[in-house]
Design a protein around this ligand. Structure first.
Ligand code: ATP
Length: 599
């Protein structure tokens, strides 16, 4: 298949705003791709050669790509660099310059998908002394044979900017319409949720039909989408919702890790956004493996900084030192960590995701022996609670032990591990809930405003948005200008650079117009005084009042970048509405729409 055709489809998807239209275009693309290439096309549509949990990268900085563009287009490097600064997108630069060049050049080889995949694999694999030159030469060769659209996407792919705007939900809509029916959608989704490998699911569906998809199983090495918790306002509300009896566990404030322990000795550890953290927690991995003694398992737990001499949990900030990319050995030494295991999803050939929580917990406790002499592994503190007093007592104990609060877990027969879902089988309750507003918000940055006065030259405020899984879009909830210190403001432009967008991305709904737009990519944790009806923000638009959305009043950055969350995992507009409802009946209208103006 020609890469030009595929690039044409990507362009159509990107210029479309609606999820339905996107799915229709993708379905057309999927039907036209040979089965054996479908997985590769799906991975490429999000800029990858491999499933999303595979951490291999192309390793091409913008500078290198701009050099390739300059040499192929025959345009002065300075001019190319200026264009890149103006657009923030090497893909757009390549598109414009290759279009001009093509008017003059008559001959080049048409690019096939096969050729593109092979060359990209070579770029990825190039290492060692001359690797930068090698990568540049391969990209130049591809660009030489590219049309403008192909050049746009190739440059976006190698610089990690490939975001055509179709999320996993839209891709699955497209798959079910191309090769199955709407009713089959839940089975397709489950296969994806237990493997995180959309290419595998797509090729199986296209090649073997739904029967093949049903046979896709949990396996060590393929991360499972994490199960998430709902929240309620009080402990008695939780007890009532759980039918008067449930398990309570400490809610640890650390980094959630899913550990895949294989027979042959390897342990892979994934974050909830599927980053590979195996090197960051290699000491924990070794301990887990030593205890399994040659068996296979997938377990989940929270990695928390821990003082082995006092046995005390250390603040969250300490464990973040373990997220470093380089010089891990010194971080491992400096910050001892313990994993508090809370779930078992697979053991010794058996899938436990469909097994009720009490059985999973019992199995977990039988597999890892506590009295093992290893400091690095423990279970989450757990008890069965059947009274509001017992609930309060356990909660107080958890907070006194430096935890965030509790996780209530259903004991019912249906209390399976719901991969990729947030539901009431798990309910969280944090100590912050006793403060003014229930919980913090994890919001995606979709825009920035240039600073004035002291903040001149950097971004002074950000436009923040919540996610709507139904439409696949982000809706604004506040302009955030408080809670930043100078050091953070200085790092912001770099953090946001690769997400810059020339205009408002089609995946964002906003009335407020920032100076710079971003494709959602960076997630920040935000608190607020409360939620009000907003004439300017678009989250939950019309849900409470016609012609108005919901916005955060006096939003403040907590200082925590949620780099463990994808933008699709940020607070949803449904949750913003829930928070609003939890506040109770109130007249929270904000007639001026300036409630979130920064200082
Ligand atoms: P939060 O911001 O509260 O961490 P979240 O959206 O990241 O919320 P939730 O599912 O709402 O995730 O809260 C559960 C999170 O709490 C898990 O992702 C996990 O990291 C952490 N956690 C800590 N202790 C436990 C536990 N005992 N059982 C399950 N999750 C736990």
């Amino acid at each position: 298949m020609r890469f030009e055709e595929i690039a044409g489809f990507f362009d159509r998807v990107e210029s479309t705003g609606g999820r339905l239209e996107m799915a229709a275009i993708l379905a057309e693309l999927f039907r036209s791709v040979p089965v054996g290439e479908l997985g590769a096309v799906i991975n490429l549509s999000s800029g990858r050669l491999h499933p999303e949990y595979d951490s291999r990268e192309f390793g091409m900085a913008d500078k290198l790509v701009l050099r390739a563009i300059s040499s192929v287009a025959g345009v002065d490097q300075k001019k190319v660099d200026e264009m890149a600064i103006a657009t923030g997108d090497p893909g757009a630069v390549a598109e414009t310059l290759i279009a001009k060049k093509k008017q003059m050049t008559l001959f080049s080889e048409p690019l096939t998908l096969e050729n593109v995949l092979r060359s990209l694999a070579e770029i990825e694999a190039a290492s060692g002394k001359d690797s930068q030159d090698k990568k540049m030469k391969i990209l130049s060769r591809l660009l030489h044979d590219s049309g403008p659209l192909e050049a746009r996407y190739l440059c976006r792919i190698v610089t990690g900017r490939m975001r055509v705007g179709a999320g996993a939900m839209t891709v699955m809509d497209a798959l079910s319409s191309a090769f199955a029916t709407r009713e089959d959608r839940p089975e397709i989704e489950r296969a994806y949720n237990i493997t995180c490998d959309m290419g595998l699911v797509a090729e199986t569906l296209a090649g073997e039909g739904l029967d093949g998809v049903r046979k896709i199983a949990v396996r060590v090495g393929s991360p499972i989408k994490v199960m998430l918790a709902e929240r309620l306002r009080s402990l008695p509300d939780i007890m009532e919702r759980m039918g008067g009896r449930c398990a309570f566990e400490y809610k640890y404030d650390g980094i959630r890790v899913q550990a895949h322990i294989s027979k042959d000795g390897g342990v892979r550890m994934y974050s909830r956004r599927l980053e590979d953290l195996s090197d960051n927690f290699s000491d924990v991995g070794e301990s887990l493996q030593a205890q399994l003694m040659g068996r296979e398992a997938i377990v989940e737990g929270e990695c928390v900084a821990f003082d082995p001499t006092t046995g005390q949990i250390q603040p969250f900030q300490n464990v973040t030192h373990r997220r470093r990319k380089n010089d891990m050995s010194s971080a491992i030494e400096a910050v001892p960590v313990r994993i508090f295991l809370f779930d078992l999803l697979y053991y010794d050939g058996n899938d436990y995701t469909m097994v009720p929580y009490p059985e999973r917990r019992a199995k977990l406790e039988s597999v890892f022996s506590k009295a093992d002499g290893f400091d690095r592994v423990g279970y989450s503190e757990q008890t069965i609670v059947d009274s509001p007093e017992g609930a309060q007592e356990f909660f107080d104990r958890s907070v006194a032990s430096r935890c965030e609060g509790i996780m209530a877990k259903s004991l019912a027969d249906e209390s399976i591990y719901k991969a990729g879902a947030r539901g009431f089988l798990w309910i969280k309750y944090k100590k912050d809930y006793t403060a003014a507003l229930v919980d913090t918000f994890d919001l995606a940055v979709v825009g920035a405003f240039y600073g004035m006065g002291k903040r001149a030259g950097v971004y002074g405020a950000l436009l923040m948005a919540a996610y709507d899984p139904d439409s696949g879009k982000w809706y604004t909830t506040c302009k955030l200008g408080t809670g930043f210190d100078d050091a953070f403001l200085a790092t912001l432009p770099g953090m946001l650079e690769s997400f810059k967008s020339e205009g408002k991305p089609s995946s964002v709904s906003a009335e407020m117009v920032p100076d710079v737009w971003f494709i959602p990519g960076v997630v920040l944790e935000v608190t607020a005084a409360d939620i009000s009806i907003s004439p300017i923000h678009t989250a939950a638009y019309g849900a409470v009042k016609e012609g108005a959305g919901l916005g955060l009043r006096f939003p403040r950055f907590t200082g925590r970048v949620r780099d463990d969350k994808d933008p699709e995992q940020c607070t949803t507009v449904g949750e913003v509405k829930e928070f609003y409802d939890l506040q109770g009946e109130r007249d929270g209208s904000d007639p001026d729409g300036d409630m979130d103006a920064d200082e």
